[in-house]
Design a protein around this ligand. Sequence first.
Ligand code: AMP
Length: 128
Amino acid sequence: MASIFSRIIAGEIPCYKVGEDDRFFAFLDINPLAKGHTLVVPKCEVDYLFDLDDETLAGMTLFAKSIAAKIKATTGCKKVAMVVLGLEVAHAHIHLIPMNTENDVDFRKEKLKLTPDEFSEIAAELSK
Ligand code: AMP
């Protein structure tokens, strides 16, 4: 069965899209730690990030870099953290999280509750 992220990429499940190219896709995390928290995924479905072939892993990092630049410019954060967990969804993904302090990337923190309008507004800003 296709992963939830493959179904998002295929347009079967809605998302707040931030960007895509022929190999990668970026969309807002639905349970964000901060406004602008984005997930970057490969369009090919591989569970574990480090099982990706070298070229795909390198390309994904460069794609994430371009998205991170937009997150930084849009949110004005100090840095964008790049975090890989992957225990919940078995489709390799990178979390990009606007960060001003280390506490901003503590996944035990309560997540933000954003309205659909807020998500749409952030996604629109990031996809410019
Ligand atoms: P992890 O596998 O531990 O990196 O966690 C998966 C992440 O995917 C979590 O932060 C979820 O909030 C996020 N997530 C799961 N389903 C969706 C979805 N349909 N749209 C956006 N983000 C999602």
